[in-house]
Design a protein around this ligand. Structure first.
Ligand code: SF4
Length: 311
């Protein structure tokens, strides 16, 4: 019987995408891997080697209390893990790891693990360091989400991803870019959550996938010629399905990601205040948000043309 590992990551979509190489390496090392993630996020690991079961943990909703944590902990304990890895730094994730009672445990958080690993400045390497800490060999260093491209999406489509959890990572010129793309005859696919519909005001689109489950969104992204958006989870998912992207960096730094020729990083040059935050502040501390407001639609349109797979 395969040894069994549990990965805990109840953060955002991008964080789960950055955890996919950890899951894939565990699977390649012979582990059957389970994942605790927010509802819908576990689907990102489906199809990876060794991946077994996703446990949905709605920590901000129906599972917010202690009773739900203890209940899930008991469910996990019954699966008798050889290894528990906490790729999330919270005390709650540490408590869940402790309740799961794996034979070995390692995590970033201050409590709940037999061994603690400090997080560094790079998302994917930090997740992989958990496996390295317990001697798991690392062969895969980039996220990969297996999916079949959606046949309903035209091959020359451009994916627009206007949303991000933090308002300061949202570019304000989507309608203007969409007009240029439309004039160039490019089909537009709009992606994001249902709650981001207001960000798409005035944006022309040929296909609207707002609110689609992540696996369907991944299939739409995989079919697109190129994708553009801020430093957000769906853009990282686009790279995981192999689609070239233009990523618009405002308050955050591209240096937390590995170099990637499929990702063209755009930022306002010479702006002394950027980057100002690891994950994006809620509001621009200077009030002007020039890091993204000054990134012109012409610059983004030209970069899309150069990054696209089709001429
Ligand atoms: S301080 Fe600078 S980098 Fe930070 S949000 Fe404001 S404009 Fe962007």
């Amino acid at each position: 019987m395969s040894p069994r590992a549990l990965v805990i990551n109840t953060a955002f979509i991008g964080d789960v995408v950055f955890t996919l190489p950890l899951i894939e390496n565990l699977g390649r090392a012979g582990y059957a891997v389970d994942l605790v993630a927010r509802p819908g996020h576990g689907a990102l690991a489906a199809g990876l080697p060794g991946f077994d079961t996703a446990f949905a943990f709605d920590k901000r909703g129906r599972d917010a209390g202690t009773a739900a944590l203890v209940r899930l902990g008991g469910e996990l304990r019954a699966r008798r893990y050889d290894l528990v890895l906490g790729a999330h730094p919270s005390v709650r994730s540490g408590l869940l790891a402790a309740l799961a009672r794996g034979r070995r445990s390692v995590g970033w958080g201050p409590v709940g693990y037999a061994r603690r690993v400090r997080r560094g400045p790079r998302f994917i390497e930090d997740a992989l360091s958990l496996a390295e800490a317990v001697g798991i060999p690392i062969d895969v260093r980039t996220p990969h989400h297996p999916t079949t491209p959606d046949p309903a999406v035209p091959a020359d489509a451009v994916a627009l991803v206007p949303g991000s959890r933090r308002a300061t990572k949202r570019w304000p010129h989507w309608a203007s870019l969409a007009s240029r793309l439309r004039a160039a005859g490019r089909p537009i696919v709009l992606l994001g959550s249902e709650g981001e519909r207001d960000l798409a005001d005035g944006v022309h689109r040929d296909l609207d996938t707002l609110g689609w489950p992540l696996c369907r969104a991944a299939a739409a992204l995989a079919a697109c010629d190129v994708a553009v958006g801020g430093d957000s989870g769906l853009l990282h998912l686009a790279r995981a399905v192999g689609t070239p992207v233009v990523m618009l960096f405002g308050p955050t730094a591209a240096s937390r990601l590995p170099p990637d020729p499929g990702r063209l990083d755009l930022a306002v040059p010479g702006l002394p205040c950027r980057p100002c935050s690891d994950r994006g502040p809620r509001r621009c501390p200077l009030g002007h948000h020039r890091c993204l407001a000054d990134l012109s639609p012409d610059t983004v349109f030209g970069s899309l043309q150069s990054q696209a797979r089709s001429p």
